[in-house]
Design a protein around this ligand. Sequence first.
Ligand code: FES
Length: 155
Amino acid sequence: MIEVVAEILENFKGEVSLIKILQEIQNNLGYVPKEAVDEISRATGISPSQIYGILTFYSQFRLTPPGEHTLKICLGTACHIMGGHEIFEHLKSKFRIMDNETTEDGLFTLSKVRCLGCCGMAPVIMIDEDIHGRMDIQKTEKLVRKYGGYRHETV
Ligand code: FES
C-alpha cells in the first residue's frame, strides 16, 4: 500500500494538488487509509488535520475499505415518497451501520444516493451495477440474502 502511495506522490511531485492526490489514492486503493494520510503529510508538509478536513468535507472520499458489494438506496424525491427512506433506515438498523459504512463482515457498503435516473421504478436500489425497482423491505431482504447477507442468521 505504501508503495502505491509513494508512486502517486512521486507522480505529483512539484504540483501539490491535495484533492487530486487523494482521488488518485482512492482510485487505486478503494479508500484513503490513515497510513496514506501520514505519508502525504510527510511528503507535502500539509498537516494530517488539514488532510482529514478535506477527506471529511467531500463525501466522495472513504476512510475505510469498501465492502465486497456496494448497496445504494435512492432517496431522490420519487423514491423517498415511495418508501426508499424506510428501506434505508431498515438496512441501517439491520446492519448496525450508518450511511457510507461497511458491514462488519465486509460484505456491503451501504449508502444513500439522490436519483438513479429511473424514478418510474421507485423505490429503487442498486447493488453493484444492478438496478432493482419497485422495492420494499421484504424484497430488499430477499435480495440482500441472495448476495450472501445475513449469513450469521438462521431463517
Ligand atoms: S428518485 Fe429514485 S430513481 Fe429517481
